[in-house]
Write a protein that binds this ligand. Structure first.
Ligand code: NAD
Length: 362
């Protein structure tokens, strides 16, 4: 089998059918299918449909559950504490974000502490949801149980890949969305590389002896080409980005996303769960004079006009690479490595989905 290109709508429907057969409602399956394919469209294959086999096996093993309604543990006009009860992360984070948006609409400022969620995918999804309402948002995330990243100055794992995300709405243009793991790469990028996709940069990982490397075996230990990957099994770790700065930001994601939410910080032996601490701000409540949107637009133009290093290009803004990828992949199809596609087809067959979308070789 070769690497393939699949039409985004066909892929979304196919993935949704898999989740229906795995026990999720139609509406949850459509949400999960849409968001996973949305990640591929945004160019983040690490958080796209490559996750289908893992999510389905987690449902089977009852590590996560279908169609959870979150529980509100604290509910004040501006603060919510939300327990996801190990529901699928897309469902839990969607509800948590809805709650944050609604409180922000009422109060101008809100905070949501979300705990015990399945994997919430691309954090940008939640910042985009807030930006669609005109709200600024900031998100600190951890992944309890997912001990993958060595702190600056160490070769031993302590942090999760602990993503950080900020969304800012821009008048008459897509929002600015800064969304990254505080590790040099997200674990999903190691997964993609281990399945024959894009290779990691040379210093993304660190071995137990402290030397930098990019061999996925450092994270997963031994594995079969289409078999599962165990991120606990390898002897090495992922490195934080930006030396002490990324490492410090990872620590703060663990503090806010892990400790403050009640999700728990990342540690060996803990069950996987994403925790997310989110702030939502309504700029119109701070500034009824509309200075904020005017200033955002003016500054976006100012930054774009900075002298480029490569003639004929412009510096890109946060969110722009994703928007470009989306445009191209909606037109040309979603590229998937042969190994990723084979693993998804195997999962589809295992739950009884046999109608496979037509795909083109890459
Ligand atoms: P990344 O390194 O590709 O960085 C992405 C960010 O940088 C985006 O905001 C993008 O717009 C911006 N960017 C990229 N290239 C740019 C350029 N040339 N100029 C200007 N801006 C640019 O992202 P990553 O660290 O690999 O993370 C990928 C995804 O993984 C994120 O969506 C993150 O939320 C997700 N993630 C999720 C979890 C979880 O537990 N749910 C854990 C880790 C990461």
């Amino acid at each position: 089998m070769s690497d393939v290109l699949v039409d985004a709508t066909d892929l979304r429907d196919f993935v949704a059918r898999i989740f229906v057969k795995a026990g999720c409602s139609e509406s949850e399956s459509e949400l999960v299918g849409g968001l996973l394919v949305g990640s591929n469209l945004a160019g983040h294959d690490s958080h796209g449909v490559i996750r289908v086999p893992r999510y389905v096996s987690m449902l089977r093993e009852e590590l996560i559950f279908a169609d959870r309604t979150v529980e509100l543990l604290v509910d004040t006009p501006s603060l919510a504490v939300v327990d996801g009860k190990y529901g699928l992360g897309q469902t839990v984070a969607f509800q948590a974000t809805q709650i944050g948006i609604e409180k922000c609409r009422q109060s101008g400022l809100s905070a949501v502490a979300m705990r015990n969620s399945g994997h919430i995918g691309r954090v940008a999804d939640w910042a985009e949801m807030a930006a669609d309402e005109g709200f600024v948002s900031v998100h600190f995330v951890n992944a309890a149980g997912s001990v993958l990243v060595a702190p600056f100055g160490s070769s031993e794992r302590r942090f999760s890949t602990a993503p950080y995300c900020v969304g800012v709405p821009v008048p008459d243009a897509p929002p600015l969305i800064l969304d990254f793991a505080t590790s040099i790469v997200a674990e999903g990028k190691v997964l993609v590389a281990s399945q024959g996709g894009k290779q990691l940069r040379a210093d993304a990982l660190v071995g137990p002896d402290g030397s930098a490397g990019n061999d996925p075996h450092l994270l997963y230990g031994d594995f079969e080409p289409t078999g599962p990957r165990d991120p606990r099994a390898g002897p090495g770790a992922i490195r934080t980005f930006g030396e002490h700065k990324g490492s410090g930001l990872a620590m703060m994601c663990e503090m806010l996303g892990g400790a403050l939410t009640g999700n728990g910080c990342t540690e060996w032996g803990r069950r996987f769960s994403n925790g997310m601490f989110s702030f939502y701000v309504d700029p119109a409540r701070i500034d009824p004079g509309q200075l904020f949107p005017r200033e955002v637009s003016r500054y976006v133009d100012f930054v774009k006009q900075a002298r480029p290093l490569v003639p004929g290009t412009q510096p890109m803004l946060p969110g722009e690479p994703e928007a470009r990828s989306r445009e191209q992949r909606l037109r040309d199809g979603v590229p998937l490595s042969a190994t990723t596609w084979a693993a998804i087809l195997e999962t589809a067959a295992s739950v009884g989905v046999d109608k496979v979308p037509v795909c083109k070789p890459q």
